[in-house]
Design a protein around this ligand. Structure first.
Ligand SMILES: [Zn+2]
Ligand SMILES: [Zn+2]
Length: 319
């Protein structure tokens, strides 16, 4: 059984809730609680469960890092955004520092928001750990070395004590890693990016971020429909609204919620998870985009329903 854990879901740069944003959520929740009989913790829990997620939670925070858990002892993650720090802490809490682990990392591309977490991944500094970084870019190693070079960072890449390896992948060539079949696909993005399809048994999950889609190009569209085909879950770069994606932000290398729905419907996908959220969007904005996307999916539905969600730091999807 495949499980997908989201450790970082924000696009371009990590964001944090501000004090006024937290206070605004609390004010709305307290107003909603007026007249409710919240006599014990269970009643409080039930009340919170009935409130919208954008008030009781947050979409978060960290830049891209997504774990694909196929039940192996070895860990598989996509991208090393700031979310990998939280992932590392959870692994440390589970095993302690003295038990070496193997980490397989699949890099969509080498933009800063996708590599910035490695210097804060504590496992990298513990001898005995093995970190294998896969990607299709020739500059894979260079990008990580450079971000820790003077004067940008105080700890040089050479200080990394884990065994770290870089593996160049060829798009379209399937590889077995930690009990998963993994296939990369080239995507339209400044400097190129790559999506990954992970398969185990008859289950499939696709990680496709930092990817712009131009639906007028039928051959390109068909390539993505084939890549997404019958996937149980597609993690999709839905950074922009459609209006932005086709006007001011065309050619910025990202996609929209609407294009995500269209591609997933064509491919017979079961679940579309919107990802790489625009940093300027607050929780209420993302909730609104999610509601709009669900409405669009409903009115354009021709076959089986497509489940639509918005990723948040801490979300776990079990396929
Ligand atoms: Zn990005
Ligand atoms: Zn990018």
């Amino acid at each position: 059984m495949l499980k997908v854990r989201f450790w970082g879901t924000r696009g371009s740069i990590p964001v944090a809730l501000t004090a006024p944003q937290v206070r605004a959520k609390m004010a709305q929740l307290l107003s909603a609680a007026r007249g409710e009989a919240l006599h014990d913790d269970a009643a409080v829990g039930r009340f919170l469960d009935a409130q919208p997620f954008h008030l009781t939670g947050t979409y978060g925070g960290h830049s891209a890092c997504v774990q694909v858990d196929g039940g192996s002892q070895e860990y598989v993650i996509c991208d090393l955004g700031s979310g990998v720090r939280a992932f590392g802490q959870s692994v440390l809490a589970r095993h302690g520092p003295g038990v070496p682990q193997t980490y397989h990392v699949f890099m969509s591309h080498l933009h800063w928001d996708h590599i910035m977490g490695l210097p804060f991944f504590s496992q990298a500094y513990i001898p005995g750990n093995r970190i294998i970084i896969y990607g299709c870019h020739a500059q894979l190693r260079e990008a990580f070395v450079r971000q820790q070079a003077e004067p940008s960072f105080p700890v040089d890449f050479a200080v990394i004590a884990a065994q770290i390896e870089f593996v160049q992948l060829t798009p379209g060539v399937t590889r077995e890693v930690a009990g998963l079949r993994v296939t990369a696909k080239e995507q339209l993005h400044a400097g190129d990016s790559y999506g990954y399809r992970f398969e185990q048994g008859d289950q499939a999950v696709v990680y496709s971020t930092d990817s712009e889609h131009k639906l007028e190009d039928e051959a390109l569209t068909q390539g993505f429909v084939d890549f997404f085909r019958n996937a149980d879950l597609v993690v999709f770069d839905a950074m922009y609204s459609l209006a932005d994606a086709i006007s001011v932000k065309a050619d910025w290398g990202h996609s929209s919620n609407i294009v995500g729905v269209e591609l997933c419907q064509l491919a017979g996908v079961k679940h579309l998870c919107m990802f790489h959220h625009e940093p300027a969007f607050g929780d209420a904005d993302i909730a609104r985009v999610l509601a709009d996307t669900r409405r669009f999916e409903e009115i354009t539905r021709t076959g089986a329903p497509l489940q639509v969600t918005a990723a948040y730091d801490g979300l776990v999807v079990t396929l």
